[in-house]
Design a protein around this ligand. Structure first.
Ligand code: PMP
Ligand code: GLN
Length: 377
């Protein structure tokens, strides 16, 4: 077979997840909460099903849900998106990202990706004939904007950013966003802004959405995920906001890929999202977990730079072993029954900075057991 994606293998999340099961390891690898969502949200889904919302939803998403999403963005970021033409509900952020790329990237187009990069970007670019051009974050996981600008060419079609950033837990500051905006001024470059962790930002920092900046917003697909915000990664519902000319093209692809998204779940989300306390408390909820995790690791030999956002924490292990991250991560599962993600898999195979990623979206009990193991290394 002449594969369109010869480099693609099974994702690290499947591979590590399987190993974690085999060795009965505590699983801080794949990013998902090991606790249930609010029972109120579950009841709303059941109610929507019993009220008969069981057939196809509107192609672009339930109108009521799109209105609530638009109101949320307007309240938080002071940008008015027209729910009719500028917001689409998607099958998770993954579909939003894939659709935005597919709607615009053609053979030979260059797409700038910041690395380490979440794993779904590159295959989506390559299956469409595009070329991923990587900009490596510096040692502090910050973007060097002069390096970024050097990568822009007449072939650059798109830039993908991710803030808060998976796997590093860094966030793009207002200055970063202004640098990005300035770098793209007077170009037709489209931005895909992956903001799935928009409501998980710590230490009083503000999430600087692309939708906050006039020129950036005019060229951006802002993508988010209810999976992260409401502890329901298995529901796979997200959304995307973009100016109508961009969204018009996006919907052509969305329409013939998935057509529409889970209908009863959209009803439930529309009601639940209308109450801001359901997402505004998330920063605090996860900061408490991050703080507990870090405090419990105080006596350990790991090097720690506190995560600024997401539900991931990087731990540097140079004082513990010389092994490469993949080898150490495997040994942690096999010998210590603890699973995490080696960050070299995020398109940085050449990187040997001895860092592992741990997901702290877990119950206190799980975090306690995990940190006990880590402190004994
Ligand atoms: N982007 C990033 C950075 C992620 O971590 C994830 C999480 N899995 C996604 C996109 C995909 O989100 P979803 O599960 O809603 O498709
Ligand atoms: N985003 C999740 C993570 O980074 C993984 C989701 C997936 O397995 N596709 O852990």
């Amino acid at each position: 077979i002449n594969s369109k994606l010869p480099k693609v293998k099974t994702t690290i999340f499947t591979t590590v997840g399987k190993m974690a099961k085999k060795y009965d390891a505590i699983n801080l690898s794949q990013g998902f909460p090991n606790f249930d969502p609010d029972p109120k949200l579950l009841d709303l889904v059941s109610k929507a099903m019993h009220e008969g919302h069981n057939q196809y939803a509107h192609m672009a998403g339930l109108p009521k849900l799109r209105e609530v999403i638009a109101a949320k963005i307007a309240a938080l970021h002071h940008r008015a998106y027209d729910p009719e033409t500028e917001i689409t509900v998607t099958v998770g952020a993954t579909e939003a990202i894939f659709t935005a790329i597919t709607a615009f990237v053609t053979k030979g187009d260059e797409v700038i990706v910041i690395k380490p990069a979440y794993d779904c970007y590159e295959p989506a670019i390559e299956v469409n004939g595009g070329i991923a051009i990587y900009v490596q974050l510096n040692a502090e996981f910050k973007v060097d904007w002069s390096v970024f600008r050097e990568k822009l060419t007449p072939k650059t079609k798109m830039v993908i950013i991710n803030t808060p950033h998976n796997p590093s837990g860094t966030i793009l500051s207002k200055t970063d966003m202004l640098e990005l905006q300035q770098s793209l001024a007077d170009t037709n470059i489209i931005v895909v802004s992956d903001e799935v962790y928009e409501h998980i930002v710590f230490d009083g920092h503000t999430h600087e959405s692309a939708s906050r900046f006039d020129d950036l917003a005019s060229r951006s697909f802002v993508c988010s995920s209810f999976g992260k915000t409401f502890h329901v990664t298995g529901w796979k519902v997200g959304y995307c906001a973009a100016p109508s000319e961009l969204m018009h093209e996006f919907r052509k692809t969305h329409q013939f890929n998935v057509f529409s998204v889970d209908h009863p779940v959209q009803h439930a989300l529309a009601t639940y999202l209308a109450e801001p306390q359901h997402y505004l408390g998330l920063n605090e909820f996860y900061q408490e977990k991050r703080d507990y995790f870090l405090k419990a690791l105080k006596g350990s030999r790991f090097t720690i730079v506190p995560s600024q956002g997401t539900y991931f924490q990087l731990l540097g292990y140079a004082h513990i072993t010389d092994e490469r991250d993949v080898d150490f991560a495997k040994r942690l599962i096999v010998e210590h029954q603890l699973a995490c993600i080696p960050i070299s898999v995020f398109n940085v195979a050449d990187l040997d900075n001895k860092v592992l990623r741990f997901c702290f979206a877990k119950t206190r009990d799980t975090l306690e057991k995990a940190t006990e193991i880590l402190c004994n290394l």
